[in-house]
Ligand binder design. Structure first.
Ligand SMILES: NC(=O)c1ccc[n+]([C@@H]2O[C@H](COP(=O)([O-])OP(=O)(O)OC[C@H]3O[C@@H](n4cnc5c(N)ncnc54)[C@H](OP(=O)(O)O)[C@@H]3O)[C@@H](O)[C@H]2O)c1
Length: 284
């Protein structure tokens, strides 16, 4: 995985002079848009969003206090930065729809799983900057993880702007495009795996007599604490695990059960399968 060198930051904390369109403001697009609003990243009248259904557009417009419509072309025409948040199979039609509004001055940021930057560049039919991003749902709490990669016509400044945007909802990494499906299978799908782990730990707490709410709190807080230690110390998880594992203590007995139940290999296989599926998505 190779990081792309980015020039020192020139992007200001607020971006009131940049007009943004979020085309497909559903779960993920809505999370991003609400983070922009919360952080006052763009001026309200500089944000335009679209969804597929008119009644949803009206409701979201009232809820968010920004222009939400079903008119992708109008939204794209009024934007410098165009975020694409529809389902992967809808991306080609969406690009065809907004094509008259596209110029080489604009930046496209797609967070549709599996759709390659080159496919978007070719559909747009011009040398336009296309950045692909893969965020995840904990972005709703500012605790997201997003992988970003750049297409052929992206400047360092455009990449920096995209990073700035995704940093409003969590941490970002810049990777080569060949790694984007891996990011999808690991960190975009990952919250679902971790929820199952938390649910299972909570069930275990219930099995040994704890009330469910207390068991769930302990499981979730422990998961968050362990994740924070990994991120903040930078220590290898195996070393951190060893520090919890007293010789002949309780933890080693628990670990033996995890090894017998093949937790490690099961998680590895889960990510590998999700990555395989991510590779197919744009074509299904
Ligand atoms: N959910 C995640 O965890 C996650 C993570 C990373 C990336 N993504 C990517 O984000 C994209 C959206 O996923 P999602 O989970 O947010 O799905 P979603 O909630 O169904 O959002 C899709 C949005 O697109 C709108 N839409 C449908 N047709 C449209 C059209 N022709 N023009 C404009 N908007 C249209 C839908 O509006 P209506 O509801 O009115 O039909 C909806 O608001 C996908 O490409 C996915 O790969 C999702």
């Amino acid at each position: 995985m190779s990081d792309i060198a980015v020039e020192p930051t020139e992007i200001p904390a607020q971006l009131p002079n940049i007009r943004v369109a979020v085309l497909g403001a559903g779960k993920m697009g809505g999370i991003l848009l609400q983070a922009f609003l919360k952080q006052n990243l763009f001026a309200l009248d500089q944000i335009h969003a679209t969804v597929g259904h008119m009644e949803k557009a009206v409701a979201l417009s009232v809820q968010w206090g920004v222009d939400v419509s079903t008119d992708n072309l109008a939204a794209a025409s009024q934007a410098d930065l165009i975020l694409i948040g529809v389902k992967p199979f809808q991306v080609p039609d969406l690009i065809a729809e907004i094509k008259p509004a596209l110029t080489t001055e604009k930046t496209l940021v797609s967070f549709a799983a599996s759709v390659k930057t080159r496919a978007i560049e070719e559909a747009a039919g011009l040398d336009i900057a296309v950045i692909r991003a893969m965020p995840n749902t904990p972005s709703a709490l500012g605790a997201g993880a997003a992988g970003l990669c750049k297409g052929r016509f992206v400047s360092a400044k455009q990449m920096e702007l995209a990073q700035r945007i995704f940093e409003t909802v969590g941490r970002t990494v810049v990777v080569d495009e060949k790694h984007m499906d891996a990011v999808t299978g690991l960190s975009a799908s990952g919250p679902a795996y971790i929820y199952i782990v938390i649910e299972a730990l909570a069930e275990a707490g219930v099995k040994v007599g704890l009330p469910r709410d207390i068991a769930t709190l302990l499981a979730a807080q422990t998961t968050m604490g362990a994740a924070r230690v990994v991120l903040e110390t930078g220590d290898h998880p195996a070393l951190l695990k060893d520090a919890v594992t007293t010789p002949a203590g309780c933890t080693i007995d628990g670990i033996m059960e995890l090894e017998e139940g093949k937790l490690r290999v099961t998680l590895i296989k889960a990510v590998v399968k999700a990555v395989q599926r991510a590779k197919e998505l744009a074509f299904s």
